[in-house]
Design a protein around this ligand. Structure first.
Ligand SMILES: Cc1cc2nc3c(=O)[nH]c(=O)nc-3n(C[C@H](O)[C@H](O)[C@H](O)COP(=O)(O)OP(=O)(O)OC[C@H]3O[C@@H](n4cnc5c(N)ncnc54)[C@H](O)[C@@H]3O)c2cc1C
Length: 466
């Protein structure tokens, strides 16, 4: 679409005047800041950026785009911007200003506007002794994370965040604001729970919260030279861990930066991280076999649920990076050996962070009335990531991440995890096959002209045009 076209340009100025939020075009002051994703390595150059201030702004923006044959890419933080197709000619629709969160302690639910990040939910929920199903980083957007599944510290007990969504408010590709819940818009309600955002622009999500005020959690730091021993022990331990325990093994190379605490700065570790629902005695007993391995540093203690976001030591500020992940059907001894070879003490060019998360528990049981990811067959989840502070590092770091993923190829499940697939991949590569087929049908019904761009594209089952 050419916004130099007289009608389009005039209508764009009308849109700018009509919305509560802001609108930027290339060359205009503020455009570069508005188009910047959390992942600083991503250079998205849309024709228009709309920073929506309200659901009404989203309606108007989508109607404008539709009227002028422009595609729309909804985005909150841009944590998940890496796999997006080029946005040339498209509208980037940022929800970053829409961060209102309302917690209802009586129903144990939260309603979060589309631009809210997890910290915006965690804090007010904690005031009532409640917790949402946040992931490892409180800065990640509630919407993108939840639309793609949402695997966090309470996953083995309460499942995917997507399956705790009770309603979504979204603007359809036709520009209508609708509510999708158990009684309305069943296809849209199903799709927003795990199949990404390809069926509309979400303006708010309602979700279940859980009564978790505090829990027993922490990290065990071992020198990286002990990686093989520690990972084998963790793997055996996970076979006996109850659903109340969610854990991660993490090979982490910390940078020599002043913000990293002195004993850890510039060093490499094999870290075991776990969150155990229940009291300190139960937690200490459950984690005993791991703690008896004799870590260099042991941080296990009762912590408020609101502090879980610090366990995995994710970057809290926008950063340049390359990452990728894969569901693992299993993580047996040969897989551990393969991982240690590419990421352990003797690896020549490992990514900064390589983690394997333990799945199972509630994740394996189909959520009643669940969405596009009703359950997860895989037993573990791999994620590898590396910082790319200068552009010349992007290509080698991407290759190192890919090498880790390839090393575990014999144990990959049949599809990857939506949220950790950070390279361009179709929805069919990151969803169960039956869900991918249903999503294509829904896309054909709601968005045959593919107005909405999503992280992992879905093509309508019956090609059509608007
Ligand atoms: C440091 C870090 C830690 C992470 N930890 C976890 C974790 O523990 N568990 C986990 O499951 N994932 C995790 N992720 C992955 C993360 O969930 C995905 O990157 C997710 O897409 C981020 O959502 P966002 O809204 O912040 O990002 P965005 O880039 O803003 O959004 C990602 C995609 O979501 C869709 N989307 C966003 N907003 C809307 C909307 N309003 N309407 C329609 N579609 C929309 C779009 O397709 C968009 O491209 C992590 C990522 C990072 C970088």
């Amino acid at each position: 679409m050419n916004i130099k076209d007289t009608n389009a340009g005039r209508d764009l100025e009308a849109l700018r005047a009509a919305i509560a939020g802001q609108l930027f075009v290339p060359g205009q002051a503020g455009y570069d800041q508005a188009r910047q994703a959390w992942n600083l390595a991503v250079d998205q150059r849309p024709s228009v950026v709309v920073v929506a201030g309200s659901a009404a702004d989203v309606v108007q923006a989508v109607r404008y785009a539709r009227a002028h044959g422009m595609r729309v890419a909804p985005q909150g933080t841009g944590h998940g911007a890496a796999p997006l197709e080029p946005l040339d000619g498209a509208m980037l629709l940022r929800t970053t200003r829409m961060r209102q969160v309302d917690v209802d302690p009586a129903t144990r639910t939260a309603r979060a506007q589309a631009g809210a990040v997890w910290q915006d939910v965690i804090v007010p929920a904690a005031e009532h002794g409640l917790a949402g199903l946040a992931g490892s980083s409180p800065g990640v957007g509630v919407t993108g994370y939840t639309l793609g599944g949402g695997l966090g510290w309470l996953a083995r007990r309460y499942g995917l965040a997507a399956n705790s969504v009770s309603a979504a408010e979204l603007v359809t590709p036709h520009g209508d604001l609708v509510r999708a819940d158990a009684g309305h818009e069943p296809d849209l309600f199903w799709a927003v729970r795990g199949s990404g955002g390809g069926v509309g622009v979400v303006t708010a999500l309602e979700m279940q919260l859980y009564p978790v005020r505090e829990l027993y959690a922490g990290d065990l730091f071992f020198p990286i030279q002990r990686a093989a021993e520690v990972l084998h022990a963790w793997r055996e331990w996970t076979a006996t861990a109850p659903d109340d325990v969610t854990s991660i093994c993490h090979i982490l190379r910390l940078p020599p930066l002043p913000e990293v605490p002195e004993p850890l700065r510039g060093r490499a570790f094999a870290i075991l991280e776990a969150a155990c629902l229940g009291d300190a005695g139960t937690g200490a007993e459950l984690t005993g076999p791991l703690r008896r391995l004799g870590p260099e540093l042991d941080t296990f203690a009762m912590i408020p649920a609101s502090a879980l976001g610090q366990l995995n030591m994710d970057p809290s500020q926008p950063a340049s990076g390359e990452g990728d992940g894969a569901f693992l059907a299993d993580f047996p001894a040969p897989a551990i050996d393969a991982l240690v070879a590419v990421a352990g003490p003797d690896a020549e060019t490992p990514p900064d962070s390589v983690e394997v998360r333990h799945l199972g528990g509630a994740l394996t049981r189909p959520a009643p009335g669940g969405g596009a990811q009703p359950s997860i067959d895989a037993s573990y989840l791999l994620n590898a990531a590396g910082a790319t502070p200068t552009p010349d590092l992007a290509s080698p770091v991407r290759a190192h991440v890919q090498a880790v993923k390839d090393a575990l190829a014999p144990w990959h499940a049949s599809y990857d995890y939506y949220n950790f697939e950070d390279t361009p991949a179709a929805a069919t590569a990151v969803l169960p096959p039956a869900s991918a087929r249903r999503l294509q049908e829904i896309k054909a019904a709601y968005d045959p002209g593919q107005v909405i761009i999503s992280a992992h594209p879905v093509w309508p089952a019956r090609p059509n045009r608007i």
